[in-house]
Write a protein that binds this ligand. Structure first.
Ligand SMILES: CC(=O)N[C@H]1[C@@H](OP(=O)(O)OP(=O)(O)OC[C@H]2O[C@@H](n3ccc(=O)[nH]c3=O)[C@H](O)[C@@H]2O)O[C@H](CO)[C@@H](O)[C@@H]1O
Ligand SMILES: C=C(OP(=O)(O)O)C(=O)O
Length: 429
């Protein structure tokens, strides 16, 4: 096991290049199952979720070929191998194997997904969608069994706006007979990205990115080539750490429109942000003022940036209120920030941050999930002294080349092997 060490207090300057979006990649890889011939995905981030999904495709008989940041998937010999355990439990997005395998083979057995522990993360809306398309769905000892004689298009109203359910229903519906309409669909850019790939494969999809998606089923989907959109959450994380410690940081290869809610909040805090076609500049800001944020579905403020943004707010003078309406218990980072000296408390689904007081102090902290890890990286860069972050397996799920990118901006950051005592301490925590 390794830990990340950050010696805080150094100013950040320079350019950081943003990788392809994790939350697109993890849906696009399962989507390749639906094709009859090879699909190449470009701009793939090198993160552990992507690695796990590629291995899962191999488990079901696919061949994969990773060349730089391009993955070619050969789906010709895939079959409906049950995947009740193992790798599927390690990531959230393994739920997309349900929709893709159901769509292709009319059957699947997939273990319940893992991913970040953010409180309850039900998949009832995914199942409601599969059932509406004609599948029988049962949960047997933690694995979901799906089977259909035939899939037929249906009108599906999502009771909760869900990224995962919207994409999963698209995957199951693209080869169903007739028209599927998803109402109250999620509108995240990653949904458009998946629809773009499926359309390049020959699917008939209209309305992705709006709250009503219409899909006319087709019999065959063919191979294609697709490039993943930039990761707005990775970009947002670098914008936040640039706001915390930057003198002049250029966040490159982004779609600024995907980050408008964050940009607006940073400007409200007094951060100087400029955008061009594919770049966002953050300039030195000495006085940050408190702001309130409420996470919402896209285009609202993303829950995935709530945790890193909370760390930034510890530096802003005044009291800030952070409310997470998507995951009301997404506050496991708060205890760790307090360990570093932050004046923060949690009340219900909100965190109250009294910022601008003493500087954070480098401490030993643990990343309980991916964005809690990002939050601790932001805090570590701001803190006096050295911060040691364990739980790197979470951070590695979503940030490609984290140390290299931070080093490129002038941060003092490195990885070290944990001693056996430290490993034991973490495991018993
Ligand atoms: C792999 C991936 O893309 N993960 C993202 C995806 O997760 P994920 O797809 O799991 O999140 P959803 O959009 O589905 O969840 C949104 C809300 O709906 C609830 N819900 C969801 C499905 C369901 O069947 N029933 C239900 O009640 C969830 O508990 C949550 O409160 O969107 C989240 C919200 O933007 C992000 O934090 C995750 O980074
Ligand atoms: C919650 C996240 O990921 P996942 O849904 O894959 O657990 C995230 O990316 O912040």
């Amino acid at each position: 096991m390794e830990k990340l060490l950050i010696e805080g207090g150094y100013p950040l300057e320079g350019k950081v290049n943003i990788s392809g979006a994790k939350n697109s990649a993890v849906a696009l890889i399962p989507a390749t199952i639906l094709a009859d011939s090879e699909v190449t995905i470009d701009n793939l981030p090198k993160i552990s979720d992507v690695q796990l999904l590629s291995e899962l495709l191999e488990e079901i008989g696919g061949k994969t070929d990773l060349n730089g940041d391009s993955l070619t998937v050969y789906p010709e010999n895939m079959f409906a191998m049950p995947l009740p355990n193992g790798r599927v439990k390690k990531l959230r997005a393994s739920y997309y194997l349900m929709g893709a395998m159901l769509g292709k083979f009319k059957k699947a057995v997939i273990g319940l997904p893992g991913g970040c522990n953010l409180g309850p993360r039900p998949i009832d809306q995914h199942i409601k969608g599969f059932e509406a398309l004609g599948a029988r769905v049962t949960n047997e000892q933690g694995a979901i069994y799906l089977r259909a004689d035939e899939l037929r298009g249906a009108k599906i109203y999502l009771d909760v706006v869900s990224v995962g359910a919207t994409i999963n229903i698209m995957l199951a519906a693209v080869k169903a007979k007739g028209r599927t309409i998803i109402e109250n669909a999620a509108k995240e850019p990653e949904i458009i990205d998946v629809a773009t790939l499926l359309t390049s494969m020959g699917a008939q999809i209209k309305g992705a990115g709006t709250n009503e998606i219409r899909i006319d089923g087709v019999e065959h989907l063919h191979g294609c080539r697709h490039s993943i959109i930039p990761d707005r959450i990775e970009a947002g994380t670098y914008m936040i750490l640039a706001a915390a410690m930057g003198t002049q940081v250029l966040v490159d290869n982004v779609i600024p429109a995907h980050l408008e809610s964050l940009t607006a909040k940073l400007r409200e805090m007094g951060v100087h942000v400029e955008t061009s076609d594919e770049q966002i500049y953050i300039y030195n800001t000495s006085n940050l003022t408190s702001v309130d944020i409420k996470t919402l579905v896209y285009p609202g403020f993303p829950t995935d940036l709530q945790q890193p943004f909370t760390a930034l707010l510890t530096k802003a003078s005044g009291t800030s209120l952070v409310t997470d309406t998507i995951y009301s218990a997404r506050f496991k980072h708060i205890d760790e920030l307090r360990r570093m000296g932050a004046n923060v408390k949690v009340e219900g689904s909100s965190a109250i941050i009294n910022g601008g007081g003493n500087r954070l102090q480098g401490s030993k902290v643990r990343a309980s999930d991916l964005r809690a890890g990002a939050s601790l990286v932001v805090a570590g860069l701001m803190a006096d002294g050295i911060t040691e972050i364990s739980g790197l397996e979470h951070i590695d799920r979503g940030y490609e080349l984290l140390e290299q990118k931070l080093l490129g901006l002038g941060a003092k950051v490195w990885r070290e092997k944990m001693t056996s005592e430290e490993v034991e301490e973490v495991e018993n925590a």
